[in-house]
Design a binder for this molecule. Sequence first.
Ligand code: NAX
Length: 331
Amino acid sequence: AKDPVRVLVTGAAGQIGYALVPMIARGVMLGADQPVILHMLDIPPAAEALNGVKMELVDAAFPLLKGVVATTDAVEACTGVNIAVMVGGFPRKEGMERKDVMSKNVSIYKSQASALEKHAAANCKVLVVANPANTNALILKEFAPSIPEKNITCLTRLDHNRALGQISERLNVQVSDVKNVIIWGNHSSTQYPDVTHATVSTPAGEKPVRELIADDQWLNTEFIATVQQRGAAIIKARKLSSALSAASSACDHIRDWVLGTPEGTWVSMGVYSDGSYNVPSGLIYSFPVTCKNGEWCIVQGLSIDEFSRNKLDLTAKELSEEKDLAYSCLS
Ligand code: NAX
């Protein structure tokens, strides 16, 4: 039998945490043959609720779950973890300035970066979910210099999956037959959901989405806006933000990273930019990636037309501004 993998979930008493931990304990993230030990971190006001989640994990009697650590101590939570899913953060409340929210999250991610750097297992893989996800990941990277930068990522897979979902609904095809959409940039409303290279598997072979949906107008406006605004639409409908879809997409992100993407398929991940596609280096930016042997690699050589170029640049500009704002909170 395999040795258990230790998976940290921060903010585990929150709504995404509540949806995510049972998925991990059932093998959705790492496979049906991979035992796991869950480490759950939250803050003292949520300690009792966190303990309730732990009780439910015990009650669910998951065969793969070999242990649960539930704590409000970041060092205890981070010790020995192989995978860290950072869901905890400070939410934007009505009337709060952007800078105030940023400042709270910068200080959280700075201190959790140190805890991970000192106490996580070597080669720990980190996924930041909490918003502002790209910039929180960047802060974590800055303050955990001994964690390889390739190991620090943020979640844009939910946006990627939303784009697949919209295309499948529009064409009335199975979502599993749609692939290779791309989310570029920030996990925010400036993200660019790009279908230029996306395809659908049909009985007559693989067809480009742009051939099957001849309506460029829809693809270039409504489709993009729907994916960009989907989070807000969920809040409007549910009076709560996305949780099950966020949790499921976080599992997809880690699973593909660890176990690999299928041949010919790429996914979107927020990763440390190396200047690919003329995106400024030094940002955590969402790119199309393939994964193999536990490492992601940016898909190279895709054509970028002028329409796309403007959108890639716009979301990069927003990320540069967020980066400046985050740094101004440090001083
Ligand atoms: P909740 O408010 O339900 O849960 C957040 C939890 O984090 C709470 O239990 C809180 O006590 C805890 N927390 C706060 N500070 C902490 C700290 N310093 N250490 C550990 N835990 C801490 O929010 P939820 O709906 O679960 O969303 C969590 C985060 O995910 C938010 O930042 C949200 O904006 C972000 N999202 C990101 C998405 C993505 O695709 N990247 C999509 C979904 C979601 O909106």
